[in-house]
Design a protein. Sequence first.
Length: 255
Amino acid sequence: MTDTDKRAESGPSIPNDQILVDSVEIGKALATVVESRTPLTIRIEERQTFYVSLLVDVDSENQVLYIDELLPKNGNDALVNGEVFSVRALCRGIPVFFKGNKILSVEEDSGALTYKLAFPERLIYQQRRQFFRVAVGLKQNCDVVLKRSKKQADSNSSAVRGRVVDLSQRGAGFQILGQLEPELLVGEHMAECEISLPDYEYITCQAEIRRFFYDEERDISSCGLLLHGLEKGQQRKLDRYILQLQREARKSPAG
């Protein structure tokens, strides 16, 4: 296994296309937590104790949020003293998590204290999927090539090539070693998407960028795609390949 493959194989257990980095998407995800009155589990990094709070408000325009005082109350002093903490919630069955937080200020409203925080740079929001997504191993040699339209491309642009790490009937996740320049934009439509399959087969379709994130520590760019425009024959090829991957996963001792 090459150094590239080792770095691509390591990393968070939650797929990268479930990591929100766009402030608009982060605001929407946090708003659902406020609406549902989901309790927050707060963990202060320097302590082993867990605390409980509520997300009371989200200001997407200014990219700040407000949480209630902690219970037990002895955790509040740690926040005021600038200690770093993580936030976790289970909102309507969907895990939400962000870390590296510090309060910006303490606010008072009708005698109750709230803590003002900046939006997180990354928020894990494990969305429900309409289609089951299966992991694609290194041995599969499953690659993707994306091409922008002539209008989007410039003289310095070339095709984007990456290694597919998961697939579903309507989506794919892939990784690229290093930082992609220029980055793919969330919502960007790619004129052509080609995914290689076993036995020298491939599928071609159009794709929309749903997630993009550069992990500086691992030096890997990760992207999530929504596939569309698949012809019936192409869709059958993809469906058969996904079934093959599922069967192999069941046979694997690790699965």
